[in-house]
Design a protein around this ligand. Structure first.
Ligand code: ATP
Length: 231
């Protein structure tokens, strides 16, 4: 569904990504794993069309995204879930959920379906964003693009700063949304968590994909791979 080919990204003269190629199939969960500064967030932002200095190509279901705005990419099915979660703090949960325009009527989750998947958002539906815990904010950030009808979520470190019990809940949500046919490209530093949700992994170091492997191989070689990445 998503195909990234020879993607390079720059901050001025500095190159943050070097000829990255990867793909994500419909309903697949694929990770980007790497230490701080490896280029994971830059890669997600480049796919979403939020980073300007890029070279290479990104296609979604065979449609080229090159040169298209983030807004256009969202309308084609990409859902952006940033690491700061991007919740509108003064708006309620329900208002946050109603804001993003529906981009794909057939794929959009109804509010009932959202609240069934995220019961805590139903309980908190009248609470402002400021009153939500980190885990609740993360759930809201993931629920919004589903409500809009995104078919591929770009998730930037959803486990960051959350207690282990909440991380487990986020993991279950990712498995559930995958079961609904939604694909996920997941940035993670928590490799234990990554291995509980993902089908495949791309290991990133200094802006390059240095290994691409399935979850079984990732699990059997985790210690060696992390040492290789300096994590
Ligand atoms: P982290 O987990 O710390 O966010 P990351 O793997 O997501 O790390 P990026 O944030 O994508 O890495 O950064 C990749 C490289 O680009 C790093 O060398 C970083 O210093 C550089 N970089 C990131 N943002 C900028 C910026 N706004 N200006 C200049 N260089 C940047």
């Amino acid at each position: 569904m998503l195909k990234v080919e020879d993607l390079s990204a720059f901050y001025g003269e500095a190159q943050a990504l070097r000829n990255v190629s990867l793909d994500v199939a419909a309903g697949e969960v694929v990770t980007l794993v790497g230490r701080n500064g490896a280029g994971k967030t830059t890669l997600l932002r480049s796919i979403m069309g939020l980073h300007k200095g890029t070279r290479g190509s990104v296609t979604l279901d065979g449609v080229s995204l090159d040169g298209k705005s983030a807004d256009k990419r969202a309308r084609l099915g990409l859902g952006w879930v940033p690491d700061d979660r991007g919740i509108y703090a003064t708006l309620s949960v329900a208002e946050n959920l109603s804001l993003p325009p529906v981009v794909d009527k057939a794929a959009a989750w109804s509010l009932d379906k959202i609240y069934e998947q995220f019961p805590v958002l139903h309980e908190r539906r009248d609470f402002p964003g400021t009153k939500l815990s980190g885990g609740e904010q993360q759930m809201l950030a993931m629920a919004r693009p589903l409500r809009a009808g995104s078919r591929l979520l770009l998730l930037d470190e959803p486990s960051e700063g959350l207690a282990p019990v909440i991380v487990n809940q986020i993991g279950q949500i990712i498995r559930d949304i995958k079961a609904q046919g939604v694909a996920v490209l997941l940035v993670e530093q928590n490799v234990k968590f990554a291995s509980t949700v993902a089908d495949r992994h791309n290991l990133l170091a200094q802006g390059e994909v240095v290994e691409s492997l399935d979850n079984a191989e990732f699990q059997s070689r985790t210690a060696e791979l992390l040492e290789h990445l300096g994590m």
